[in-house]
Design a protein around this ligand. Sequence first.
Ligand code: C5P
Length: 230
Amino acid sequence: MKLCVALDLPSAKENLELANKIKDYDVWLKVGLRAYIRDGKDFLELLKKINPSFKIFLDLKLYDIPNTMADASEEISKLNIDMFNIHASAGKIAMTTVMNRIKDIPNKPLVLAVTALTSFENNNFKEIYGEDINIKATQFAKDSYEAGLDGVVCSAFESKDIKNNTSNNFITLTPGIRPFGEDSGDQKRVANIDFAQKELVNFVVIGRPIYQSSNPKEIIEKILYSLSIS
Ligand code: C5P
């Protein structure tokens, strides 16, 4: 399992300081809407300059009509990033259109589909999608698998079921991780590292427990240690 650190700090300077502090660890970095809208592709280049082996997950969660999603995915795939995501609820046609469009791009990034946001409680989710989270997340994952995506963003609670219904090689990436039981903030379906390991999660995304800590390196070391012993 890999650790992906969310760079969700309020300025490029603070995110770059964090990236510098953690540059010697084997971690992925997640660049989300806030940082990308504000700091753009120059910021991605600065991260790769800090450590060229940093892998970057560009978390922009595309959701639009198929052609617009494919246009955006083509541009994203040329940014020298390693993974990005789109919404499974945009539909199978949109996902297939995206994968067809980028299939011949050199060093094509991995593409994941968002199933159910980890900030949803079952009741709020059902009001919008008409089904329980676990059922719908697995359905979205099957659609994504059939559309040729590399994996999904889900909660740790759905990871195993998704693999059982797709393939063990189908990537699961789970936000909403509180490694050692920290405050959950706005996340509703939170899990710790041990649970994520048991559920065969491939990537844990962790933001606030790392960047709000007075000693991010210490937390990362604790997380990497607990990944190495299990
Ligand atoms: O601070 P925290 O660890 O809760 O950060 C989780 C990160 O993962 C945030 O950047 C959030 O946007 C992202 N995310 C999420 N739920 C998803 C997809 C991404 O929380 N389904």
